[in-house]
Structure formats: C-alpha cells, structure tokens
Design a protein around this ligand. Structure first.
Ligand code: HEM
Length: 390
C-alpha cells in the first residue's frame, strides 16, 4: 500500500484538501496516511462499502479502551453514552428511541419557523459589508435545535459556546487547553440539562425532550445520562455541520455566479454537499480480521473514511471539481451511510433548502466582498468568515 504524508493543519491543505485526496485515490481504494498513522479510504466505492460493513464500527473494541485522564472525565462521561460512539445493541436501541421522537411530521412542521427565522435574521443585517456566518449561517441551526428541545432562544449563544468547545475535541489541532475547555463545557451543559430534564419530567410539553422522556417511560428506558448525552449529541452533531454546509454552499454559489431558488433547492443543496462537504473524515475500527480491497485489517485496526474525497471520485462524478446541480450520479456520502447514517439529514436538508433560497431571493445582487478562507478545523471543513456585500 502506498504511503502519503500531509499535515492536516498545513495551511495549503486546510484551504484545499482535494488535490491530496486525488493523489491518495489515484494510488488505489486504500492508502496509508502517515500523519494519522492509519489506512484511509478515498474512493467512492471503498467509503461506501466501509460505511455499511458490520465487521467495522465506531465503538472502540473493549480490549483497546484506555483509562481516561482525570481532566477528560467530564467529557467522556457524556461521550460514553453517545449513540455516535456505540454499536449494536446499545446503538440500535438509542437510535430507535431518537428516531421515534424525531419524526418526519415534526421535522416538516419546522419549515414555516425556519422561513420566519431566515427573514428575521435578514431584516437585522447591517448595511454595507458584513460576515454572513454570525449573521445568518450560525444562528439558524442552533436556534432550530434549541426550539426542538424547547430551550429559550436567548440560550442559543450559550449552547453555541458549549457545543463549539466540545466539538473542538475532534480537530487535528487539539491541545490540553482544548481538552480542558471541552470538559468544562460538558459539565456545565450536563448540569443545565439535568435541571431542564427534571422540569420536563414534571411538566411534559409537546417537544422533542418530552418525547424522549416519554419513550423512557414507555418501558424502553433512556437513563438521565442517556437523555443528557442525546440532547448534547443533537446539538453538537446538528449545528456545526449545517453551519459549514451553508457557508461552503453560499461561497460556491457566489464564486460561480449562481443562485438558488425554491424550484431547484433540492438538487443545488445535494450538489453543495457532494462538492464541498463540511465533515471530511470519520474513523472505524475493524472488529475481526478482514481482507478488503487488497489489505488485511487486524482486529482493532483503525481505518479513516474520507467522505470529502468520496464526493470527488472521477470514476463516479465526471469532472468532479465542477459544481453542477444537474449531474445525475449516485448519492454523495456527506451524511454518511449504513447504521450511523445521519439522523438529522431531513432537518439539515430542510434548513438548507428553506434558508438559502430566501437569502438569494432577498439579495439578488449578493456578492463576495473578500476571498473566503477556510478555518483550521480539520476534519471539519468550513469557512473562517464569509464577508459579503448586498
Ligand atoms: C451522524 C453529517 C446535520 C444529528 C452523522 C454522520 C455524518 C453526518 C457524516 C455519520 C458519521 C459516521 O458515520 O461516522 C451531517 C451533515 C449535516 C448534519 C453533513 C448537515 C449538513 C445533522 C443535524 C442533526 C444531526 C441537523 C440533528 C439535529 C446526527 C446524529 C448522528 C449523525 C444524532 C449519529 C447517528 C448515529 O450514530 O446513528 N451526521 N449531519 N446531524 N448526525 Fe448528522
């Protein structure tokens, strides 16, 4: 297997990781990425197969679990109950309970609220040049999740801070400071939710949290820890990726002189997620010895799934750098696939398909006021700023 090296914090890589992915993919379905010290899948077919292969999973094999350092205990107290870090049977049970509360009826009913929120934010845009990320892209996903959980809108900035601090744990550029901030955020967030869950237990409402609690009371038992973790996961998994997708999408549309309307919102948003997705790398462990794509995986060996690379595979997407909402090609992997396929995909699609056409309808002359640059967040892929003029 060919070996490749490229620091994920290298400024040129952060701005444009796709040429590196092309080199990896040209070497075969699997290649070795030195900086992560693991085999990575960069082709569409390898990513597709590995996402669905039950011999691989996200949960760390028990014999490989390391003792958690004291300063990280509060962070892992939350993470250890997260469905995203578990496999069957615990994953199946948690995911089933969340899906039952996260119904398509509930998601679809949010459409008018997202529309009203988009107009409200646009009405408050400053004159002249301004950054669309804090003015538009960041508030929408976090306020929507806050409303789903019926947390007051005024808590949104605090939720955003907690979420950012916890999500930073997954960045290549992680320091001791990042770890301490993540643990602090996990403790504060959990304390807030504990009180909040108690209040909902004694006074259930028509909201997602009350439904998750009801599922527990119907005999399927979500413990308080699981409820806390699930609420935190919905916020953490839900906000950052959606913010980046909106930012990356608006950038591409403005750079290519395009627009987006209600009529073509679905194909344009799918192409945004294929062309420049917000989450580039997820890992899996092999649970047994597996021979795949010419490599023999050891039990416990890690493999990186390069979702960002799969969407640029020229064997599947002709001229993959070109942004073309009319292309007819197999589905992208921005939302993953298989047992961990994104629970929030319908909500994220709704937010993008409602909010982006409103922005472009209200500002037909919207333009970039400076060249957007990506932030050093790998494996997250999103902008530092998105300064526009209307
Ligand atoms: C899982 C992407 C928005 C909740 C995932 C995974 C991906 C993903 C790739 C699977 C990770 C893996 O296989 O290892 C995205 C993208 C989004 C988005 C690109 C926005 C454009 C959301 C939203 C929510 C959400 C809005 C919830 C409000 C979740 C949850 C999981 C998940 C709970 C874990 C599912 C499981 O482990 O079974 N997401 N997501 N996501 N996502 Fe999303």
């Amino acid at each position: 297997m060919q070996r490749f090296s490229h620091a994920p914090t290298d400024p040129a890589f952060v701005q444009d990781p796709y040429p590196f992915y092309d080199r990896l993919r040209a070497a075969g379905d699997l290649a070795w990425w030195d900086d992560y010290g693991m085999v990575c899948a960069a082709s569409h077919r390898a990513v597709h197969a590995l996402l669905r292969d039950r011999r691989f999973g996200r949960e760390i094999p028990s014999e490989m679990a390391q003792p958690v350092p004291e300063h990280l205990a509060p962070f892992y107290a939350v993470e250890n109950h997260s469905m995203l870090e578990l496999e069957a049977p615990r994953h199946t049970r948690l995911r089933g309970l969340v899906l039952r509360a996260f119904t398509s009826r509930r998601i679809a009913s949010l459409g008018p609220e997202i529309e009203a929120l988009a107009h409200e934010l646009i009405d408050a845009f400053p004159a002249g040049e301004f950054d669309l990320l804090p003015a538009f892209c960041q508030p929408i996903p976090v306020i929507v999740i806050a409303r789903l959980l019926r947390v007051p809108d005024r808590m949104a900035p605090q939720l955003l801070d907690w979420s950012n601090a916890m999500v930073a744990m997954y960045q290549a550029r992680r320091t001791r400071e990042t770890e301490e901030a993540a643990s602090r955020a996990a403790s504060e967030f959990s304390a807030f939710l504990t009180e909040y869950i108690d209040a909902r237990r004694s006074d259930p409402r028509d909201d997602l949290l009350s439904q998750l609690i009801a599922a527990e009371e119907a005999g399927e038992k979500l413990s308080t820890e699981e409820l806390i973790t699930t609420c935190i996961l919905l916020l953490n998994a839900g906000h950052e990726a959606t913010v980046h997708t909106m930012g990356n999408g608006i950038k591409t549309l403005l750079e290519t002189g395009r627009s987006i309307s209600q009529a073509d919102a679905a194909p344009v948003c799918e192409e945004i997620m294929r062309h420049d997705p917000p989450l580039h790398l997820f890992m899996r462990y092999a649970y047994e010895e597996v021979e795949l794509f010419g490599h023999r995986f050891r039990r416990g060996e890690q493999v990186g799934l390069l979702l960002g690379a799969a969407g640029r595979d020229p064997e599947v997407y002709a001229d993959p750098r070109r942004f073309d909402p009319r292309r007819e090609a197999p589905a992208h992997h921005a939302f993953g696939g298989g047992p961990h396929f994104c629970v929030g995909a319908p909500l994220a699609r709704l937010e993008l398909q409602v909010a982006l056409p409103i922005l472009f309808a209200r500002f037909p002359g919207l333009r970039l006021a400076e060249t957007p640059r990506y932030a050093d967040l790998y494996p997250f892929h999103g902008l530092e700023r998105l300064v526009v003029a209307r």
